[in-house]
Design a protein around this ligand. Sequence first.
Ligand SMILES: [Ca+2]
Ligand SMILES: [Ca+2]
Length: 83
Amino acid sequence: MTLTLTRLIAAGLVTLPVAAFAADYMAADANQDGMLSYEEVQAILPEVTTDTFMAVDADGDGLINADELAVAQTEGLMPEADS
Ligand SMILES: [Ca+2]
Ligand SMILES: [Ca+2]
């Protein structure tokens, strides 16, 4: 059942509601350094503003690491990852 739904979504035949949207953070990490830059986040989540990004980037290094992402998801700043 799940596999069938996945295939329909992949084929563009089924569109999930916005609330069910899940980001693929692994795919978003374009340079595969294990962190997400603002540009990488924007590629999958264009609605994330610089203000949101800065709020998520707790240590202010300009990159979101796994810990910062986990906190952001808990606080609802970023959608849950697609796993
Ligand atoms: Ca990266
Ligand atoms: Ca950071």
